[in-house]
Design a protein around this ligand. Sequence first.
Ligand SMILES: Nc1ncnc2c1ncn2[C@@H]1O[C@H](COP(=O)(O)OP(=O)(O)O)[C@@H](O)[C@H]1O
Ligand SMILES: [Mg+2]
Length: 583
Amino acid sequence: MLAKLKFLLYYTHRFRWWYAGGVVFLALTIWASVTIPEYIQKSIDIIAQGRAGNEDQFYQYVAIILGLALVLIIVRTFSRILFFVPGRLIERKLKGEMFQKLSSFGKDYYDDNSAGSIISRINNDINGVRMITGFGLLQIGNILFSLSVTPYKMWAMSPTLTLYCMVPLVVIFIIVRTGMVVMVKNTHLRMDALQRLSGKTVSFLSGNGVIKSYNIHKWAENQVEKENVSLFDYTLKISWIRSFVMPLLGSMEQILKIVVLFVGGLYVINGEFTIGELTEYIAYAALLTHPIMGLGWVLTVFQQGFVGISSIQTIMDRKGVDDLKPGLPTEEKSRLVHQGVSVKNLNFTYHNGEGPALKHISFDIRPGQVIGITGRLGSGKTTLINCLNGYLKVPPGTLYFGQKDASELRGHDIRSAVRTVSQDVFLFSDTVENNIAFGAGLNLEEEHLQNVVYRSALADELGRFPKKEKTMVGEKGIMLSGGQKQRISLARALYAPGQLLILDDVFSAVDSDTERFLIRQLFENKVASSLLIISNRMSVLERTDFTIVLEEGQMVAKGTHEELLRDSEFYRETWQVQEGGRK
Ligand SMILES: Nc1ncnc2c1ncn2[C@@H]1O[C@H](COP(=O)(O)OP(=O)(O)O)[C@@H](O)[C@H]1O
Ligand SMILES: [Mg+2]
């Protein structure tokens, strides 16, 4: 609880002047709304006397009431602005901070939480905080002021009548509270259902191609429908409560007025109250119902908001993978690979994996070398390079950049020296040009871009697009073929190659002419000081300084083309198959 209050204080205290202004205008609002009934009372008493000659006084009172009503409109508006704007600003700040935090989490977090559910949960949580810091605080101020001023005015007029009024007010409070408790329960269930629905929707939409090609629309529709129905059920329950509780509260207000009318009416008949005082009292009683309802609401807002805060706190308190590691100075980053890279008896097990995906891997990459990695599907090639580029976290003492232990380096720093063109290409929904040089912004170097496009064998195809490199690639690059996507991804790496460039199977989706062209470009123009290429193509492996053969996570052979032809069965067989193809 204390931690949650601290959280709230941390975010609200920078807006203390806003809130202070809000409180001043709130006080003015309450003052205007309790002063108006006094003048109504005075005017009505003049009306009741019905004597000529009092018109001037009457006009004056009406003018005052009009003036107060105008003041009320203005100060109420300001009090709302001054409370709601900080709520929105806090929401904006939190969204930014949460995004930053989430980006710092490693693969394990995203393996366990789907993007859809993260988004919907965060929106909900932050919404809860916004409700507390805006509407919630306003209501608290409102309730505190109203419940201290209005009952005091009522009590001063008639203690007995005020006690009578308590009965319907307590009933109102209990109804709102009970309604709210049920509503909160259903709101949570609804939130979960919404999370599941958005998770499924996102996954089905991004897998739309698969759904179409396998003709499994019905299955997908049923899955979505199931969640949709449960979302509907919870929403309907919430609407039931809304449509019952709200009108009920409206009638309670009427009952309150009837009580005052009846008991107060008797006072008027007995001469204890003037007709004006009765009107004034009724106006106060009406003023009181709103804060009482508000109290029911505000408890819920805080309850829900606190649930949101604790969920935000779990995310905020989670350490990003690199939070505790010191960053490298820029000039060290640029020299990270200059003394080579050493892999020393590396074992790696995925956090959710059954056994180790890599076992006892050792090799060195000296500056200037070109190294190949080959092996069957699932042999651990991608896992190995993801260890090298800092995407996966390796155990201490197993991977060194020069003298530096990779487990003490930030992934970000490693990746500024080690560039990877991965097997699964991700393109942003933007132009080809921005996908290649993203982050370059205004500094886009046109000549360099053209050069990179040429060396990635994209020039011909881009030339055929009407908008050339300004062509939009569509969501995740759906406008392009697999091979085109892979080459854009290659061009992206060539645009800013880093010191060690890793290519994960980039030649798998290109024809042999293009492959030959790409290999020539890579080997002849030294793009990066070292090159690591995953491939099963002999035309590539032939030209490396040495190649590693992986089998079930183990390095079963290592050597030059000739050595491997002699030592590795897998390598020899692959060569024979491909040689047979060439002849
Ligand atoms: N995120 C992951 N979580 C758990 N296991 C994984 C993950 N990614 C890959 N693996 C497993 O690690 C092994 C090696 O996979 P991978 O490195 O992708 O092989 P390759 O790139 O050689 O085809 C496989 O058995 C695969 O199932
Ligand atoms: Mg792979």
